[in-house]
Every structure is written in structure tokens, then in C-alpha cells.
Design a protein around this ligand. Structure first.
Ligand code: HEC
Ligand code: HEC
Length: 262
């Protein structure tokens, strides 16, 4: 008797599992599927854009014009922003460097004062008045990881170190650690070339190459270390040293042990 009821029940259980699985999948799909309002976006985009420029102008007049001038022309407190472009604004404001509080050798990274939406409004306003380098549409990290690594070692590691942990430059200046930088800040740093960092225009590094580097920098600064202790990420020298000490140490212990037994 126990056999005859057990089987249908197990079958029922399987149905329930399948149903729950399907329901979950459906829910996930509706939550994650791209919105299908693509047709409406263009018209909305243009009016959004002019609204953003207007909002950006208000933010600018309140927070930036004392140093950069009422018409972006610059002044005693700061340089002209005409032609610096969206990329420079995203870099400076999203990384909290701007607004500057007091004169320093090099504006330090701070907690950002503006939300991402406000950063975009400021950027739209400054972009609309003089143009300049912009950020590409879409994802900034859909590049090739290995290519990004090669390009990073070639173009960035001399100042920022192989692990992106930064380093000192001359005259009290420094190349900062890259871990706190968002993808937008990484891309816009290359696109705008702040302070003594060179600008990497699309002629030097293509959009794809900059995306690959952005992806790589995010990868090395956020990925967990799969191989245990990273030994300060200094590369093969300390790793070799540890291998040497552990290896030779092991051999010495072995010989002592063998000697003792004899
Ligand atoms: C107290 C004065 C001051 C205020 C306020 C200020 N800035 Fe600046 N800004 C500076 C100085 C000085 C520099 C140059 C600093 C440097 O090169 O590190 C600068 C540089 C910049 C740059 C880089 C320009 C370039 O050549 O690429 C941008 C963009 C910028 N500021 C945007 C802003 C925005 C947007 C605001 C308002 C949210 C703002 N700043 C508020 C003083 C100021
Ligand atoms: C000549 C030295 C030099 C080279 C080469 C260089 N940088 Fe920089 N980088 C700097 C300096 C200096 C700053 C700080 C700028 C500032 O504070 O305004 C900086 C800032 C940055 C930041 C901002 C970090 C933060 O605090 O948010 C990022 C991201 C960055 N660099 C990425 C790169 C990448 C990617 C490359 C290679 C394509 C590169 N840099 C090449 C000197 C350099």
C-alpha cells in the first residue's frame, strides 16, 4: 500500500518543483528583460537633454561659478571650462575632486557632493557650451580583458603601478590609487587627462581599447584574489622569494629529518 501512494506523491512533487521553477523564471524575465519603449525614447531624449542642460546651469551657478566664472570663462579661483567637455566634468565631479574646497597642489578625491544625475546635468550644461571630449554611449566595460591588461601595463602602470595602487610623482604630486574609481571615472580620466596625467584621445587609444582598459582596471581592483594571499601584488619578485624560502626551507627540513633518521 505504501508503494502505491508514494509514487503519485513523488510525481506530484516533481510537478510542483517544475511549476515553481517556471514561475521563478517568468518573474526573473519580467524583472530583467529590457523595457520595450525604445520607440518613445528619441523624442523624450531631446527634451530631457535641454532640461538637463537647464538643471545643470542652475547647479553650476550655485556651486561652481564663483571659481569658474558666470559664463564658464574662468577666473581667479579656477580655469575656464569652455571646451573641457562632459568627460572632464564627469571625472572631476563624480570623483569628488570638484567642487574644490581650498587651494591644494592637486585637487584630492573626496566623497562626491553631487548625485550621478546631477553630475550628468552639470556635464550636459558644460558640454552644451563649448563642446569637448565626451563619454561613449552604452557600457564602458564591454572590452577584452587580456587586451585591457596589456594596454594598461603599456600606458598606465608607469604611474599607477601594475596593481593600480598608485604612486608618487614629482613636485609633491601623485598618481592616485585606482580602486575607488567607477567605470565612468576611469574612462573619463583617460578621455580628459587630469593634472599631469596625459589625455588618451581616440587617436591614441580607440574607444574599444579604452573600454578594455576600463574593464581591466575594474577587474583588478574589485575581483577577489582566487589564489590566496596576493603578497602585495608586487608581482614575480616577492612571489619568487616566497617560493625560494618555502622551497629551500622545505629541503633543509627534509635533509635534517633524513640525517636524524640515519
Ligand atoms: C574653490 C574654487 C572651485 C570651485 C568651487 C569649483 N572648482 Fe572646478 N576647478 C578649480 C581649480 C583650481 C581647478 C584646477 C584644479 C586641478 O587642475 O587640479 C578646477 C578644475 C576643474 C575642472 C577641470 C578642467 C580641465 O581643464 O579639465 C572641471 C571640469 C571643473 N573644475 C569643474 C567644476 C565644477 C562642475 C564645479 C562645481 C560643481 C567646480 N569645478 C567647482 C576650482 C574650483
Ligand atoms: C604620467 C602619469 C600618468 C599616466 C601615464 C596615467 N595616469 Fe592616471 N592619473 C595620473 C594623475 C597625476 C592623476 C590624478 C589627477 C587628479 O587628481 O586630478 C591620475 C588619475 C587617474 C584616475 C582617477 C582615480 C581616482 O582617484 O578616481 C584614473 C581612474 C586614472 N588616472 C586612470 C589611468 C589610466 C586608465 C591610465 C592609462 C590609460 C592612466 N591613468 C595613465 C597620472 C597618470
Amino acid at each position: 500500500m505504501s508503494r502505491s501512494t508514494a509514487r503519485p506523491r513523488r510525481k506530484l512533487n516533481q510537478y510542483v518543483v517544475v511549476l515553481v521553477g517556471l514561475a521563478l523564471l517568468g518573474g526573473l524575465y519580467t524583472a530583467l528583460a529590457p523595457r520595450t519603449t525604445a520607440q518613445e525614447e528619441p523624442q523624450q531624449g531631446s527634451s530631457d537633454q535641454s532640461l538637463a542642460v537647464k538643471a545643470g546651469r542652475d547647479l553650476y551657478l550655485q556651486g561652481c561659478s564663483t571659481c569658474h566664472g558666470l559664463n564658464l570663462q574662468g577666473g581667479a579661483g579656477g580655469p575656464s571650462l569652455i571646451g573641457v567637455g562632459e568627460a572632464s566634468v564627469v571625472f572631476q565631479v563624480e570623483s569628488g575632486r570638484m567642487p574644490l574646497a581650498n587651494g591644494t597642489v592637486q585637487a584630492p578625491r573626496k566623497d562626491p557632493k553631487y548625485t550621478i544625475a546631477q553630475v550628468d546635468q552639470l556635464a550636459a550644461y558644460i558640454q552644451a557650451n563649448g563642446g569637448g571630449p565626451t563619454l561613449p554611449e552604452g557600457s564602458l566595460t564591454d572590452g577584452d580583458l587580456q587586451e585591457g591588461g596589456e594596454l594598461f601595463r603599456l600606458n598606465c602602470a608607469s604611474c599607477h603601478n601594475f596593481a593600480g595602487s598608485g604612486g608618487a610623482l614629482t613636485y609633491g604630486k601623485y598618481a592616485p590609487e585606482l580602486a575607488p574609481a567607477s567605470a565612468r571615472v576611469i574612462y573619463s580620466a583617460m578621455q580628459s587627462g587630469p593634472e599631469s596625467m596625459p589625455r588618451f584621445g581616440d587617436g591614441q587609444l580607440s574607444v574599444e581599447e579604452k573600454k578594455a582598459i576600463t574593464y581591466y582596471v575594474r577587474y583588478i581592483t574589485t575581483a577577489t584574489q582566487p589564489g590566496g594571499n596576493d603578497l602585495g601584488k608586487y608581482g614575480p619578485v616577492p612571489e619568487g622569494l616566497v617560493m625560494w624560502l618555502a622551497g629551500i626551507g622545505g629541503l633543509v627540513v627534509m635533509t635534517l629529518w633524513i640525517g636524524n633518521r640515519a
